[in-house]
Design a protein around this ligand. Structure first.
Ligand SMILES: NC(=O)c1ccc[n+]([C@@H]2O[C@H](COP(=O)([O-])OP(=O)(O)OC[C@H]3O[C@@H](n4cnc5c(N)ncnc54)[C@H](O)[C@@H]3O)[C@@H](O)[C@H]2O)c1
Ligand SMILES: O=CCC[C@H](NC(=O)CCC(=O)O)C(=O)O
Length: 489
């Protein structure tokens, strides 16, 4: 029996239904296990509750000492972990190496964020002193997505543990192996039993955890659809913290640029990195009508057609690997078909040549003529929608015409254009002459509208991992020098 759950410091076999993980580039099963039973979810939460006092009562320096050992284990095992991420997601190894790098970098950044955003403050008062301190929420659940199966859950787990919470982690059911390898490193780092627990499973495991009385909070990265379900589940529980990092329908506007190749580079990095499976990827590209816009589009089409798509472990590394599954690639083909049926014009066709695998070539589709009917959906893959515009105001208005608000960008050589754009665009990440993917962990990361619930992650994750406590304190009970009117003592 495969021991794929980590509960109270022990690796145990699941007691639920069978699960499997498929390498989407090679179409082979690479991991098998069973989901957690409801009783196992209860045990994991009890273990986290039991471990809470010991963990939260440690000093932050003591907690950080153990977390830094985990960082050393990550460094010692970085090649292995990068290979496992590549195998399970299809992402090329050059890219998964950067994911593991981000996981290591998260520790120092989260330490800094903890002290800067939630540290202790002492202020003198006329009598006594005023303090601001922070406490952990308690037992928190972390739900991760498949696209960054190491980096993004790690981005919740590390700040949660620094702040003194204990955690039950439920990874995406598409990436159970990465989660298992990551938790092995925590185990090897000597994290006390129960402080971090891993339960594997699909939607029903997520639902059982999210609705459990024992959780004090939930930190989620995933789709807006799931995030909204979780938000509904949390209705009536104002005392529980819910941090939602969700999807986007992100616009990138090109205005007057001199260097066409540089613009095309930033468009490609924004739209097609990770086979379009980043929450920040550009989904809608706004290009000016006229000769300049035509020239940019022609170059973009040529460069896109030449993008190398291939195996994650190919000696000559591709820019794009497989998508997470053959079903995800097929989903992108059908999204393209639906847009075409509405009247959109395919400029570069996204294709899945082998239906048993997750490879999808990058596609570009002109949706200018169907703008009124264009669905406001996140198509989570390598399909870029092009909209031709006549004036900047209209482009900005259309860019804002979405319920999401994660990332947005402007490519333009004139700074005044950027100032104009920045003042009007609605998104949590707004870039100028840079790709809209590749956000820094040293900055807040989150969106507005359907992209989040105002609990930004990355550097600001510290904020949702602890609550502030204000105190006024005096070292002995003391009669004030001046009593309130009408009072005699
Ligand atoms: N804003 C961000 O930081 C960010 C980062 C990465 C990915 N994303 C978004 O994540 C999505 C891709 O990831 P995904 O497909 O794994 O997301 P998903 O919403 O399908 O799944 C995320 C997690 O929630 C669980 N889950 C699914 N349905 C559930 C339910 N009804 N109740 C409880 N749990 C449930 C899943 O098992 C998984 O662990 C995209 O929309 C992308 O934009 C957002
Ligand atoms: O897919 C969504 C994440 C994309 C990624 N963002 C980050 O890594 C944010 C930084 C952090 O969480 O530490 C990107 O912008 O490419």
């Amino acid at each position: 029996m495969l021991h794929t759950h980590y509960i109270n410091g022990e690796w145990v076999a699941g007691e639920g239904h069978p699960l499997a993980s498929i390498d989407p580039a090679k179409n082979v099963t690479i991991w098998e296990g069973k989901s957690a039973s409801p009783a196992q979810i209860d045990t994991a939460l009890s273990a986290a509750r039991e471990a809470l006092t010991g963990w939260s009562m440690k000093t932050v320096e003591e907690r950080l000492a153990i977390i830094k050992v985990y960082g050393e284990k990550l460094a010692d095992n970085k090649e292995h972990l990068a290979k496992v991420i590549a195998q399970e997601t299809g992402k090329p190894e050059w890219e998964t190496a950067t994911e593991v790098g981000a996981m290591m970098g998260k520790i120092g950044i989260s330490e800094k964020a903890y002290f800067e955003r939630t540290g202790n403050v002492e202020n003198p008062m006329p009598v006594g002193k005023a303090f601001i301190r922070h406490k952990p929420h308690g037992v928190v659940a972390v739900f991760g997505p498949y696209n960054f199966p190491g980096h993004l859950p790690n981005g919740h787990i590390i700040p949660a543990l620094i702040a003194g919470n204990t955690v039950v982690f439920k990874p995406s059911d598409l990436t159970p192996m990465v989660a298992q390898e990551m938790v092995k490193l925590w185990d090897a780092a000597g994290l006390p039993a129960g402080v971090l627990n891993l339960v594997q499973g699909e939607v029903e495991t997520g639902k059982a955890l999210a609705s459990h009385n024992e959780i004090d909070g939930l930190f989620f990265t995933g789709s807006s659809r799931t995030g909204k379900i979780l938000h509904e589940q949390f209705a009536g529980h104002p005392g529980k913290i819910l941090a939602l990092e969700m999807g986007g329908n992100n616009p990138l506007i090109v205005k007057d640029v001199n260097d066409i190749d540089a613009a095309v580079h930033d468009i490609v990095q924004s739209a097609f990195i990770t086979s379009g499976q980043r929450c920040t990827c550009a989904r809608r590209l706004f290009l000016p009508l006229g000769e300049r816009g035509d020239a940019i589009l022609a170059r973009l089409i040529d460069v896109t057609k030449a993008i190398k798509v291939g195996d994650y472990d190919a000696k000559e590394q591709p820019f794009m690997g497989a998508m997470i599954s053959s079903a995800a690639a097929a989903g992108m083909v059908s999204a393209q078909n639906q847009l075409e049926a509405l009247g959109a014009n395919v400029l570069v066709r996204l294709e899945q040549s082998d239906k048993s695998k997750g490879f999808a070539t990058p596609g570009i589709i002109d949706v200018t003529d169907i703008l009124k009917d264009l669905p406001d959906e996140e198509h989570f893959g390598p399909l870029l929608k092009v909209i031709r515009y006549s004036d900047f105001d209209t482009a900005i208005k259309q860019a804002n015409n979405t319920s999401f608000g994660l990332s947005a960008g402007l490519l333009a050589d004139n700074e005044d254009d950027y100032k104009y754009f920045f003042a009007r665009i609605r998104a949590g990440i707004v870039n100028w002459n840079r790709p809209i993917t590749g956000a820094s962990s040293a900055a807040p990361f989150g969106g507005i509208g359907d992209s989040g619930n105002h609990r930004a992650s990355a550097f600001y994750a510290a904020d949702y991992c602890a609550y502030p406590v204000s105190s006024v304190e005096l070292d002995k009970v003391t009669l004030p020098g001046k009593l309130s009117p009408g009072l005699s003592l």
